[in-house]
Design a protein. Structure first.
Length: 160
């Protein structure tokens, strides 16, 4: 079972500089709500799963993009991938995978689907795939999912 990691201790920050609203959301009764989704194993070890704000709710199920991305990255043709939740009238959000292939590699939508279906629960399988030359990233190389989602929102309805 996974949930938000909440911590407390003398090393925890006292708040955000001149941002009382953000501080009130993050610090409650001396506890820091990290925004990280974590799981605890039987031995008491904590594992970070994903960021809460990145979680996708599709058809009432919680899907963590990092899990889906790790499955797609198993394919030797894949150089990079980002999974995001795209607004969907019926499901709330639907999963879309943005994939960058290695130079001269090829991979079909059918191969991707087959691979995902063999390793993921059906509600975690992306319904949409987009092949790209690159993914939007920060200066330190972290994928910017919010840019991908914003691009989707700005596309004409017939192009989605």
């Amino acid at each position: 079972m996974a949930g938000e990691l909440v911590i407390r201790g003398p090393q925890v920050m006292k708040g955000y500089w001149q941002r009382p609203d953000e501080t009130a959301k993050t610090l409650r009764d001396g506890w820091l709500f990290t925004g990280d989704i974590a799981r605890l194993d039987e031995s008491g070890y904590t594992y970070l799963v994903d960021r809460k704000k990145d979680m996708i709710i599709s058809g009432g199920y919680n899907v963590y993009p990092q899990h889906v991305e790790s499955v797609i990255m198993e394919l030797p043709q894949v150089k990079g991938v980002a999974v995001a939740g795209i607004p969907d009238i019926n499901r709330g959000e639907t999963l879309k995978a943005y994939i960058v292939l290695l130079k001269n590699a090829s991979l079909s939508r059918e191969q991707l689907l087959e691979h995902c279906k063999s390793r993921l629960a059906s509600y975690k399988v992306p319904r949409l795939f987009e092949f790209r030359r690159e993914l939007p990233k920060t200066k330190d190389g972290k994928v910017l999912r919010r840019v991908l989602i914003e691009e989707e929102k700005n596309r004409p309805p017939d192009a989605q």
